[in-house]
Design a protein around this ligand. Structure first.
Ligand code: ADP
Ligand code: MG
Ligand code: MG
Ligand code: MG
Ligand code: MG
Length: 442
């Protein structure tokens, strides 16, 4: 898009931009930056900017390291916390090979491939995420602690809640960057927050999640706090999830809505649910990719444990919020914010499309509180459990060719390798719990 390019150059000039950060994520969802000066921007927009891909974890080997960043002009935005006059802008990029073909290890490209599959079937996917996070104090040397501002506020009896202040600043900053904030509130646990922004088309939402996490961390830091998207920082209180609200549109209409149906859901919606349930175990390593993710997926904190769906309550994997018409959507509740947003959305979409293609009927909805059902009832209803550990989730990923196809061979293999190492490191370390249990007992 040449005019997108012209617009970016014009905006950069008008805003006095001095530096541009070219952003992309590695396969683990870690945001990477290459900073360039404004004089290099035309070159970057001509897709002539090379970087060394071997320095990025999970990308390529040294001998094949030349890669190109292709900035997406529609992602141009400035960082509002930087001083005027020395403005810093960013562009989100797709990663390309030296020969001009899309790099198969680029998570954004991976999501683009699955989106193209949906488009070929006539569907556009919308996603609205609810990313939760904790705000913790930092100590005298600036290192994060596990102490929340709530507790400090309570003991200190300070009139100002540092956390609420920081969150307000986050909301304002995100709005300046073009986010439409729908809600922001304190969550269940002390120090836990949620900021909801408006749903958008899948690729835009994945970009938004990456930006959101970066902005929340940056603003927290400017308030002397540490923001973490770690799924379960503290045992015994709620963890942080990233529920994903999903809908498909076709010909400008919500393809999940059918006023004739008992639940006012379309056949497409049922098949999509069927696909999500069929591939739930296979996709969990991607939506919940850390050892710590599985400490959140336990009973009792509104996090899902059972693979079921319900139009009524908040305990199962998939909930159907009450809204119908254009707002008809599914809420997938197991993803957490440590997931790579591009890959997490790619596997959910792929699973749903597989359900549509193969007309996978979902099991009947579950209406009681699933946490209160006994094992026999669950078994009788054919309700399975999500993987209980990252290792188990990786075993399931190895058994699910559909999810593997969504990732592509490069990301699948690199991801599996790295995550098995992570599991093994965790397995062989001695944890505090063991010391507490065994040191004096034996
Ligand atoms: P909850 O009731 O689970 O707390 P929230 O109100 O926090 O839900 O978040 C709802 C999310 O769903 C928002 O991001 C919103 O933009 C999104 N959403 C609304 N309509 C749709 C839709 N048709 N498709 C996808 N997401 C949607
Ligand atoms: Mg919410
Ligand atoms: Mg809400
Ligand atoms: Mg919440
Ligand atoms: Mg929710």
């Amino acid at each position: 898009m040449t005019d997108g390019r012209e617009t970016v150059l014009q905006k950069a000039a008008d805003l006095g931009v001095k530096f541009v950060r070219l952003q992309f994520t590695d396969i683990f969802g870690v945001l990477k930056n290459v900073a360039i000066t404004i004089d290099q921007l035309p070159k970057a927009l001509n897709n002539e900017l090379m970087f060394d891909g071997s320095s990025i974890e999970g990308f390529v080997r040294i001998e094949e390291s030349d890669m190109y960043l292709r900035p997406d002009p529609s992602t141009f935005t400035i960082f509002p916390w930087r001083p005027n006059g020395d403005a810093v802008a960013r562009l989100i990029c797709d990663v390309y090979n030296a020969d001009g073909t899309p790099f198969i290890g680029c998570p954004r490209g991976t999501l683009r491939r699955v989106i193209a599959e949906a488009e070929a079937m006539g569907f556009t996917m919308n996603v609205g995420p609810e990313a939760e996070f904790f705000l913790f104090h930092t100590d005298a040397s600036g290192r994060p602690t596990l102490e929340t501002h709530d507790r400090a506020g309570y003991f200190d009896m300070t009139p100002v809640d540092l956390g609420e202040d920081a969150r307000r600043d986050m909301v304002l900053t995100l709005q300046q960057m073009g986010f439409e904030i729908e809600a922001s509130h304190h969550e269940v646990a002390p120090g836990q927050h949620e900021i909801d922004f408006k749903y958008a088309e899948a690729l835009r939402t994945a970009d938004n999640i990456a930006t959101f996490k970066f902005v929340v961390r940056t603003i927290a830091q400017r308030h002397g706090l540490h923001a973490t998207f770690m799924p379960k920082p503290i045992y015994g209180i709620a963890g942080s999830g990233m529920h994903c609200n999903i809908s498909l549109f076709r010909d400008g209409k919500n393809a999940f809505y059918d006023p004739q149906d008992k639940l006012q859901l379309s056949e497409i919606a049922y098949y999509f649910i069927g696909g999500l349930i069929a591939h739930a175990r296979g996709m969990t390593a991607i939506t919940n990719p850390t050892v710590n993710s599985y400490k959140r997926l336990v009973s009792g904190y509104e996090a899902p444990v059972y693979i079921a769906w319900s139009p009524q309550n908040r305990s199962p994997l998939i909930r159907i919020p009450a809204k119908r018409g254009l707002s008809t959507r599914l809420e997938v509740r197991h993803p957490d914010p440590s997931a790579n947003p591009y890959l997490a959305i790619a596997v959910m979409l792929k699973a749903g499309l597989d359900g549509i293609k193969n007309r996978i009927q979902p099991p009947p909805p579950v209406n009681g509180n699933i946490y209160h059902m006994d094992k026999a009832t669950l078994k009788a209803q054919g309700i399975e459990l999500l993987p209980a550990t990252l290792d188990e989730a990786l075993d399931e990923l190895e058994r699910d060719p559909v999810i593997q196809e969504a990732l592509g061979p490069h990301i699948y293999q690199r991801f599996l390798e790295a995550k098995r190492i992570e599991c093994e490191e965790y397995r062989t370390r001695v944890h505090q719990w063991e010391i507490d249990q065994y040191l004096t007992k034996f």
